[in-house]
Ligand binder design. Structure first.
Ligand code: PMT
Length: 396
C-alpha cells in the first residue's frame, strides 16, 4: 500500500477531496493532506484529520515536529502527490515557479509523480494562460486528469467540473502500479456507439458512452501495451499513450479494425449497430401530407467481432455481450458463434450499470469454461480488473 499526499486548493470541489481521502484510506493507503489558505474557505482541517488519522498541513511556518522540516519531509514520505481540486491560480503559480504557500513549497521540494485534477469555470478553463500553464506543467511531467462537462457551481452546464472520485482513485492506483505485463504487446480496443446515417442530418445510434472501452484502453496502456482505440463518437478525452482512431459508422469501424488484426489482444466493447439503413438519402427526407408513417429499410452490418474471431490466428479475441434478458444464455451463444476466446457479459436492462453509467457489473466467460465474476464497481476500476484477468488467462 502507498503513501499518498493529497493537496487541496480553494475551489468548491474541495469537499470531494474528503471523499477521495476516505476511499484511499479504505483501500489501505496512508494519506497526508495539505490545504492551501483558500481551501480553508471551503473545508476544515479537522474533516481531513478525522478521516486520514494524520496531522493536516496548512502553513509552512507552523512546524509541529521539530525533528523534520515538513514541506521537505512530506515529499520524501510520499509515493505520489495528488492535487484535487487544483485551481487556475495554483496551476499558474506552479507553472511560473511561484511557491508562496505550504502546498506549493511541498511541490517545489518534491521529486515524486504529481497528479492534478483541475476544477474551475468553463471560461477560466478555456483561458489561453490556463491552457498554456497546463501544457507547461504536462511538459514537466505533471499528470492532468481532464475536467468533465456537467453542472458547474457557477450555474453553467459546461466543461470544468472536477473528474469524479473513482476516476481519480483509479488514476492514482494505476500510476502506482509497476505492472508492465503488456510491454511489447499490441492491444486493439473498440469503444462507444456507431452512427448509421439515414440522411445528411439524421442517424441511428445507441446510448453507449464509451466509458467502459476507454477505461480498458487506459488500463492496457498503463501496463505498457501499444494501444489502438477505435472509437465511435463519444464525449471523452483520449487516455494518454493511446492511438485513437475516430470513426462514425459500423463500416468505418470495420475498416479501422481490419488494419489492426495483428494485435495480440482485441477487446470489442463498442456497441455496434447490427443494422444500417439500406439507402442513405442524399438530401433531407421531407415530411409529406399524405404519409403518417415512414418505413426505413435496414440491412445487416458487418459483424466486426465475428470477423476478428475467424480472421486472426494469434489474437486473443474478447467480445462483450450487452443483454437485457437471458443474459448468460445469449452471452454463451455469442462466445461460440463469434469464435471468441472470452465474452464479457453485462445486463444493460439495469440502468445503474452498463450503458452510459459510471459503473458496471460483469461476468467474463472463457472458451475453456473458466468464469470470472465482478461485482458492481466504477468502470475505471473494472477496466483494470478486466485487463489483469485477461493477462492472467492469456498467459495461462
Ligand atoms: O460505452 P458504455 O456507456 O461505457 O457502455 C458499455 C457497454 C454496455 C456498451 C459495454 O459494456 C458492452 O456491453 N458493449 C457491447 C455492446 C454490444 O453491442 O453488445 P452486443 O451483444 O450487441 O454485441 C456482441 C459483441 O459483438 C460486442 O463485442 C460488439 O462489439 C460486437 N459486434 C456486434 C455487432 C456487430 N455488427 N459487430 C460487432 O463487432
Amino acid at each position: 500500500m502507498a503513501n499518498i499526499v493529497i493537496g487541496v486548493t480553494g475551489g468548491i470541489a474541495a469537499y470531494k477531496a474528503i471523499d477521495l481521502t476516505s476511499k484511499l484510506i479504505q483501500a489501505g493507503h496512508a494519506v497526508r493532506v495539505v490545504l492551501t489558505g483558500n481551501a480553508l474557505e471551503f473545508v476544515t482541517p479537522l474533516a481531513f484529520q478525522a478521516i486520514s488519522r494524520n496531522h493536516v498541513y496548512t502553513d509552512t511556518f507552523k512546524e509541529e515536529d521539530p525533528s523534520v522540516i515538513s514541506h521537505i519531509n512530506i515529499g520524501e514520505w510520499a509515493d505520489i502527490i495528488v492535487v484535487t481540486p487544483v485551481t487556475a491560480n495554483t496551476i499558474g503559480k506552479l507553472a511560473n515557479g511561484i511557491y508562496d504557500n505550504m502546498l506549493l513549497n511541498v511541490l517545489a521540494a518534491n521529486t515524486k509523480p504529481v497528479i492534478m485534477a483541475p476544477a474551475m469555470n468553463v471560461h477560466m478553463y478555456n483561458q489561453p494562460a490556463v491552457s498554456r500553464n497546463i501544457q507547461t506543467l504536462m511538459g514537466e511531467g505533471y499528470h492532468f486528469i481532464d475536467a468533465e462537462s456537467g453542472f458547474l457551481a457557477c450555474g453553467y452546464n459546461a466543461k470544468g467540473r472536477m473528474a469524479n472520485v473513482p476516476e481519480i482513485k483509479a488514476y492514482i492506483e494505476d500510476l502506482l502500479s509497476t505492472d508492465r505485463s503488456l510491454a511489447g504487446k499490441k492491444v486493439l480496443v473498440t469503444a462507444g456507439p456507431t452512427r448509421e446515417s439515414i440522411d445528411p442530418i439524421r442517424y441511428l445510434t445507441n446510448h453507449s458512452s464509451g466509458k467502459m472501452g476507454y477505461a480498458i484502453a487506459e488500463a492496457a496502456a498503463s501496463r505498457g501495451a501499444e494501444v489502438v482505440l477505435v472509437s465511435g463518437p463519444v464525449n471523452l478525452t483520449s487516455p494518454g499513450n493511446v492511438e485513437r482512431i475516430s470513426v462514425e459508422s459500423t463500416q468505418d469501424m470495420f475498416e479501422a479494425v481490419k488494419g489492426h488484426l495483428d494485435a495480440d489482444i482485441g477487446i470489442f466493447t463498442a456497441a455496434v449497430s447490427d443494422f444500417t439503413p439500406a439507402t442513405v438519402h442524399g438530401s433531407k427526407m421531407k415530411k409529406t401530407q399524405d404519409n403518417d408513417e415512414l418505413t426505413i429499410e435496414l440491412k445487416k452490418t458487418p459483424d466486426i467481432l465475428k470477423y476478428a474471431g475467424s480472421h486472426t490466428d494469434g489474437m486473443f479475441v474478447v467480445g462483450f455481450a450487452a443483454e437485457t434478458d437471458n443474459v448468460r444464455e445469449y452471452a454463451a451463444g455469442k462466445l461460440e458463434k463469434k469464435n471468441a476466446d472470452c465474452i464479457v457479459m453485462n445486463d444493460v436492462s439495469n440502468k445503474e450499470i452498463g450503458m452510459n453509467s459510471d459503473d458496471n457489473e460483469v461476468t467474463m466467460l472463457f472458451k475453456d469454461g473458466h468464469e470470472q465474476q465482478f461485482p458492481k464497481m466504477d468502470k475505471q476500476t473494472l477496466g483494470i480488473q478486466i485487463i489483469e484477468t485477461l493477462v492472467k488467462r492469456w498467459n495461462a
